[in-house]
Design a protein around this ligand. Structure first.
Ligand SMILES: NC(=O)c1ccc[n+]([C@@H]2O[C@H](COP(=O)([O-])OP(=O)(O)OC[C@H]3O[C@@H](n4cnc5c(N)ncnc54)[C@H](OP(=O)(O)O)[C@@H]3O)[C@@H](O)[C@H]2O)c1
Length: 287
């Protein structure tokens, strides 16, 4: 089976390349090999590779910059997704598309279910929701949206690497403690996506993150503890919990974005979700 991975250099795309099962031939394409905003370019790649599945791991992911680059965010996260969805349907391919917990407004205090009302609070979330709507409108059975949250990997830029750098440079750190979600090691997400790629019948939407919940503060404290244990940091610095109002950002963040995954993920018997702390430890060993 041929699979086209779009987004080549991103965290999830990179982990997809590392974890690809041996019986699948994966082609990872970046912006130099495919222009996802151009139907002709998409058509050419599909004709050349003849994939059975496309995994769209590309996205405009700069949450704060999206507030001032709305057009670019929508172009990649919505228009391009619509073109991919239409091409997938035209060629009878299945499209696996990655979305985000930021489609929710974070006002609930229990985990979000796949069919809960969406209501993004920033441009990035709204552009990703528009991408989801394109999948729903144009894709056929066998395609799916996989929402995830707080993604990190040993490859690429992410919160874990930023924290490690700041913890090595600074005497103390303040981290937001009133945004609750769940970290996700991109490797586990990639393995989940490979399971979906091999299933002909899929639910329209899945929620995937690691187990447990955390604030950014909890996450930062765990990063420091594990880094110190693994001798990646030579000293520990004080980490202070602060409210979001003391760390203003261009994009508003939802307060509580834990996703309810149990019902969906467990339909795949091989999928054993792992607690985020354990996944974090695994990832940091690879740094
Ligand atoms: N990171 C998170 O915390 C998080 C949370 C929830 C959901 N997600 C979703 O998970 C998916 C994967 O995220 P990630 O963390 O792996 O993102 P990432 O590391 O930022 O990678 C995104 C990739 O998209 C590519 N891309 C952007 N514009 C493109 C274009 N016009 N043509 C082709 N490729 C383009 C980028 O290419 P360049 O490297 O060339 O720029 C990059 O390789 C995305 O759908 C994202 O919305 C991420």
């Amino acid at each position: 089976m041929n699979v086209l991975i779009i987004g080549k250099n991103g965290q999830v795309a990179w982990e997809l390349q590392q974890t690809c099962p041996s019986h699948i031939t994966a082609y990872a394409y970046g912006r130099n090999e495919i222009n996802i905003t151009d139907t002709q370019s998409i058509e050419q790649v599909i004709t050349k590779l003849n994939p059975a599945v496309i995994i769209n791991a590309s996205a405009y992911t700069a949450v704060d910059k999206a507030e001032s680059e709305q057009e670019e965010a929508y172009l990649i996260n919505a228009t391009a997704v619509e073109l991919l969805a239409k091409a997938a349907t035209k060629h009878g391919l299945r499209l696996l598309h990655i979305s985000t917990d930021f489609v929710f407004d974070g006002t609930k205090n229990t985990p979000y279910k796949v069919n809960d009302k969406t209501n993004p609070v920033n441009v990035y979330g709204a552009s990703k929701l528009a991408g989801e709507q394109a999948i729903k409108a144009y894709c056929t059975v066998g395609s799916a949206i996989v929402r995830t949250s707080w993604v990190y990997s040993s490859h690429g830029n992410n919160f874990v690497k930023t924290m490690l750098r700041l913890m090595a440079e600074k005497e103390q750190l303040s981290v937001v403690s009133d945004q609750i979600g769940c970290p996700t090691h991109a490797k586990g997400l990639a393995e989940f996506l490979w399971q979906l790629a091999e299933q002909e019948t899929l639910d329209p939407i899945y929620h995937y993150s690691d187990l447990g919940v955390a604030s950014w503060y909890d996450f930062a404290v765990a990063i420091q503890e594990i880094a110190y244990e693994q001798a990646k940091l030579t000293k520990k610095i004080p980490v202070k919990p602060i409210p979001s109002r003391d760390y203003p950002t261009p994009a508003v963040r939802p307060k509580y974005n834990v996703m309810d995954k149990a019902c969906k993920v467990n339909t795949l018997p091989e999928q054993n979700l792992i607690h985020w702390r354990e996944q974090l430890r695994n990832m940091m060993l690879a740094l």
